[in-house]
Design a protein around this ligand. Structure first.
Ligand SMILES: Cc1cc2nc3c(=O)[nH]c(=O)nc-3n(C[C@H](O)[C@H](O)[C@H](O)COP(=O)(O)OP(=O)(O)OC[C@H]3O[C@@H](n4cnc5c(N)ncnc54)[C@H](O)[C@@H]3O)c2cc1C
Ligand code: SF4
Ligand code: SF4
Length: 1024
């Protein structure tokens, strides 16, 4: 089947499958997931290849060349100019080709494959006290191939330059199959290459002639500023720059060659840092001050934040501590110094202050002596794009003119003119910040990209802005590259002769224009291939959730994802466990958001065509743990767990669901039924043979053990003991929420909580009927049932809701439902509003509401603490930290991500391996490393189950249990969890049950056999 570009797609796919050692995917799901990068542009790829080795990647290029198919290499796809989206075969280097091949510490160089992530590389280099100098804000997930493709840098460029300044050699492959190591080429080397002849010699000869023809033009036509990233690096081919073919190819954005390996130059990790922050009345005055600062000092970073960005951070409650540390002013310069010692770094900062005639005590000056705080403040600056992308007022801002650069001494004037240009176009309130020490300005602009007039304005603005920056002798891009966003504008910055020279360079390497076509040279128009555009017509979707923060519009919620790619980080926070364990784009939050975007049906060429019924979207969401990590960790608050629940509700509407949805989605109901005979239920669930059959029928992985029901639920015990029920109106009364997990499986946690709450002077009430938050129905997308369950619960709670009694949640996932899912599912229901306001965690109640003078029991022990994902994302863990501090617990709160079980997820068939892989990436090794005397604390039932079912030799307790143990004296010094009660399996009962059942089955089979034989004999006339 030929495509619009005349490529035989079927033949291409088959040949790639046959000849490439890798994953070859031409399916709709893969094509949808890779249709956009971090930019405003969207092009659906032909297919995706994920090579297992560098050689396989080279083989993929060769196959594509045979079929004439365009090729696009991809790192983490965080490009902002549209250079990482194309109607091409996408080669994703990040999953397998991500090795640090070798390090030479003496020479300070290393050899890498293109898919290695920058932070991962630097982690591996850390033992040598070395690192790769350039550091884009996306350092936690951008790949070296992408950095080389874009000539990336960041704040650290002040000290170390751009990627081009730190690349020694590149192994490259042209579309036509010429493969070679490129680097600086002196005359002897050049002659050797000529003598060897062949394709490489022809290329080098062509480049030599090209530079010769344009020598004067190249010398005069490239801006002499620190941040010129636009255009090909023809200047690296100048004789005075060593005819460096590797550096000439850096920044060519996959349009000239495929980079197979890179030899990088490394720098020493500085021993100490100091941060000086200076406040100014506005961002222009901050920019004006830069030349003087640079005259008197050599900072390692010189960054700027403006008042608008600070205001947005405040509104979004982000980086509040960092904002509090800023000195007086509306805009700030952050000046960092490095040295061999802290004193040496501080001395440079103080020397600068002296030169400026300012003092440490000035209200507009802050000199930090707290390294973690300094990192936080620089992180706040790094987070700029995320913070400004989706302001809380619901407006949208876009890239397009987000990284222009001029000489630092012209920055103030350029910014004033840029602001005037914003005014002329009516683009108000754009934040201005960035790498001011190098004259590079970041901003996102409220372009209107959904209708013709707005797009015409967008185009007009870009051309005017290009003329403006060119008039300052600056660069269209100072950091992110050209792609499609700047390609068409390059002639405004470079002379016609230089633009022609760049086209000639393209013709030498890629005469048929098959390498990332339409980007940098021979570009598409800046207003073509827009992600939205005037023809974007998504189908309106009726939803169960209100999506109030997105104007009630599911499409708008999906559009939150701006493609930053933080969900592809390898460490820290929770987002996104399924990506971390698979390294698969479609199993990242972004990949899922992209597929949901395609599902909205806004574009004619969307590969996803069947809306809510899409199996591609279902498969991408299948490995989403609904951990809600993205809700808190994604800078724009993409809440994939909610989108998944909404999708599942529609996908399975009127259809049979997977067995697990009935088995685990209805767990609260089954738990009620199990009360009739809990011991028998446990025996049946663990009876050899029978359990296996049951798990298969219930859609549960055979390697998972069903949790054990307690002999008596917490509510049953409460009733049996005839505990007095305090009046709802008594100010000391708290209502304990008997969530399904605590009530039926770990009731001792509720007992413990009651003891501690009573010790603090509270009087505990417990609802006498069954109540449920509906979590298991929500996570399986059975939303109508969830709504009914919630409504029933509020009816039971009504007396306490009306009295305003605090309601204490022990299980984080259930408690979080009342802060997020329930209000969104039952928007406007006043009982839910009350419930949300009255619900508190155990720690919140004790830390913020216990009577003055109450001290928690003293535990005086170390503890490894796993925070439940929903607590991390929704509830926050600060009160828990404070409670542990007051109790004398030396808590090591893990930053190791999700436990991998996440409610029903880890139990479901097909999820076990991923669930274990996630746990082994962080939580389980940390638990194994915990000292025998220390507690392992996990408030989440899932986390406790995951830890308990793994081979850690440890059991985890709820914080309430640790505190209750201490009420009776010092907890046991070895494995303190042994003192806590848990339901026990009566193995003999299980075996007996199996034996009885086997006996019964054998009896039935045997009986059946006798009856059958009897009938047979009658037919044969053997009996009379
Ligand atoms: C929030 C945000 C902040 C950012 N901050 C910065 C910043 O501070 N500094 C900065 O420089 N950039 C920044 N960027 C842009 C981008 O993140 C960087 O340029 C990053 O280095 C790109 O890496 P990547 O792996 O995502 O590359 P990709 O987007 O995957 O690719 C980049 C280019 O390289 C090409 N490429 C990838 N691999 C190869 C290969 N093997 N062979 C040939 N070509 C290849 C691609 O075709 C593409 O043209 C930012 C982007 C975002 C979204
Ligand atoms: S989901 Fe969030 S973190 Fe991931 S790419 Fe989208 S915006 Fe970025
Ligand atoms: S809910 Fe968790 S697993 Fe799902 S996309 Fe968000 S971070 Fe990833």
């Amino acid at each position: 089947m030929p495509d619009s570009q005349g490529v035989d797609l079927d033949g291409l796919e088959q040949a790639l499958e046959a000849e490439v050692d890798g994953e070859v995917r031409f399916d709709a799901g893969s094509r949808g997931a890779y249709a956009t990068d971090g930019s405003n542009y969207r092009q659906v790829p032909i297919g995706v290849v994920v090579p297992r080795t560098v050689e396989a990647g080279a083989a993929a290029v060769a196959v594509c060349a045979r079929f004439g198919a365009p090729v696009l290499s991809r790192g983490s796809g965080t490009s902002l100019g549209g250079q990482c989206t194309n109607e091409a075969v996408v080669i994703d280097w990040t999953k397998y080709c991500n090795r640090l091949v070798s390090v030479d510490p003496a020479a300070r160089t290393c050899l890498v494959e293109p898919g290695i992530v920058l932070d991962e590389l630097n982690r591996q280099l850390a033992p040598h006290k070395l690192k790769f100098g350039p550091k884009p804000s996306t350092h936690s997930h951008c790949a070296l191939g992408g950095m080389i493709g874009n000539n990336s840098c960041g704040a650290s460029a002040q000290a170390y330059g751009k990627t081009v300044d730190n690349v020694r050699r590149l192994e490259v492959l042209t579309y036509g199959g010429i493969r070679f190591w490129a680097g600086p080429t002196d005359q002897a080397k050049f002659e050797q290459i000529m003598a060897e002849g062949g394709g490489r010699a022809r290329l080098y000869q062509g480049l030599k002639e090209l530079v010769g023809r344009h020598l004067a033009g190249i010398r005069a036509g490239y801006p002499k500023i620190p941040r010129r990233v636009s255009g090909y690096n023809l200047d690296s081919l100048l004789p005075e720059n060593g005819f460096d073919v590797a550096r000439a190819l850096v920044g060519s954005e996959g349009t000239l060659v495929t980079v197979l390996r890179a030899e990088l130059e490394l720098v020493e990790v500085p021993a100490a840092e100091a941060l000086l922050v200076l406040g100014f009345d506005d961002i222009y005055q901050a920019a004006d001050a830069v030349p003087e600062l640079l005259e008197h000092s050599r900072p390692s970073q010189l960054e700027a934040i403006d008042g608008r960005m600070a205001q947005l951070m405040r509104e979004e409650h982000a980086y509040l501590d960092s904002l509090d540390s800023l000195p007086e002013g509306d805009s700030w310069l952050l000046v960092q110094f490095t040295g061999d010692t802290k004193d040496e770094a501080d001395a440079q900062a103080k020397e600068l202050l002296r030169s400026l005639g300012r003092e440490e005590g000035d209200p507009g000056v802050a000199l930090s002596d707290d390294p973690p705080r300094e990192q936080e403040m620089l992180k706040a600056r790094e987070a700029g794009l995320g913070v400004t992308a989706r302001p809380p007022d619901g407006s949208e801002t876009w890239e397009g003119w987000e990284d222009s650069a001029v000489a630092p001494e012209k920055l103030g004037d350029y910014l004033r003119d840029l602001e005037r240009l914003f005014d002329r176009y009516g683009y108000q309130q754009a934040s201005l910040y960035g790498h001011f020490g190098q004259g590079c300005v970041h901003t996102r602009i409220p372009f209107e990209l959904r209708e013709g007039k707005g797009i015409e304005q967008f185009r007009g603005f870009l051309f005017d802005a290009a003329d403006l920056v060119a008039s300052y002798g600056g660069s269209l891009s100072g950091e992110h590259g050209d792609g499609q966003a700047r390609g068409e504008l390059l002639p405004r910055m470079f002379t016609p002769a230089l633009t022609a020279a760049m086209e000639q360079m393209k013709a030498l390497f890629d005469p048929d224009n098959r390498m990332n076509p339409g980007k940098v040279v021979h570009p598409h128009r800046v207003d073509n291939n827009l992600r939205l555009g005037p023809n974007w017509r998504p189908e309106p979707k009726q939803t169960h959730f209100a999506f109030a923060d997105d104007g009630g519009d599911f499409g708008q919620a999906v559009l939150r994802c701006v493609g930053i790619g933080n969900c592809r980080t390898h460490q820290g926070g929770v987002m996104c466990p399924s990506y971390r364990a698979t390294l698969e784009e479609k199993h990242s939050t972004r990949g899922r958001a992209r597929l949901l975007f395609e599902m909205l049906g806004g574009h004619q060429d969307s590969p996803v065509t069947d809306g809510w019924r899409s199996t591609e979207v279902r498969d991408a969401l299948d490995l989403c743990l609904a951990c809600k990590g993205c809700k808190s960790d994604c800078p724009v608050g993409v809440d994939m767990a909610t989108y998944k629940a909404e999708f599942l509700a529609h996908h399975y509407q009127g259809r049979l669901r997977p067995a697990a949805h009935y088995a685990m989605g209805w767990l609260p109901l089954w738990s009620q039924l199990a009360r009739l005979a809990p011991a028998l239920t446990n025996a049946a669930l663990h009876a050899p043979g029978l359990a296996r059959l049951g798990k298969r029928l219930a859609g549960i992985d055979p390697r998972r053990d069903a949790p054990l029901f307690a002999d008596e639920s917490f509510q049953e015990t409460w009733r049996r003991l005839e505990r007095p029920q305090p009046a709802p109106s008594d100010p000391r009364t708290v209502l304990l929420w008997p969530d399904t997990f605590t009530n039926h499986f770990h009731p001792h946690i509720a007992d413990a909580a009651v003891r501690v709450l009573e010790d603090a002077g509270f009087r505990v009430a417990v609802p006498d009927g069954p109540v449920c938050c509906g979590l298991t129905w929500i996570s399986t997308g059975q939303l109508a049932t969830a709504r009914r369950v919630l409504t029933r619960a509020t009816a039971v709670l009504r007396p306490w809701l009306e009295a305003g009694t605090p309601i204490i949640g022990l299980e984080p996932s259930c408690t979080a439902v009342f802060r997020t899912d329930a209000p969104d599912l039952l928007a406007g229901d006043q009982d839910i509003v009350r419930l949300e306001a009255q619900m508190r965690t155990f720690a919140e109640q004790l830390v913020n509401h216990a009577p003055d003078g109450w001290q928690p029991p003293h535990v005086s022990r170390a503890a490894t603490v796993q925070t439940h994902c929903h607590q991390h994302a929704v509830l926050g863990a600060d009160p828990d930290r404070e409670l542990m501090r007051r109790a004398g617990l030396k808590a090591e709160v893990l930053d190791e991500g999700c436990c991998g079980l996440a409610g029903n997820f880890g139990f479901e068939q097909g999820h076990y391996d991923l669930s274990q892989a996630i746990a082994e990436q962080g939580v389980l090794p940390a638990v194994r490393d915990t000292a025998p005397s220390a507690f392992v604390l996990a408030d989440g039932f899932s986390c406790r189950t995951q830890i308990g079912q793994a081979d850690t030799g440890r059991g985890a307790l709820h914080l309430a249990e640790a505190l209750a143990l201490a009420l009776d004296g010092p907890p046991p010094s070895d494995h303190p969890e042994k003192a806590a009660a848990r339901p026990q399996l009566r193995a003999a009962a299980s075996r007996l049950l199996t034996a009885s059942l086997l006996g019964a089955v054998a009896g039935l089979v045997g009986g059946g056999f006798l009856v059958a034989r009897h009938r047979h004999q009658i037919r044969k006339g053997w009996t009379r």
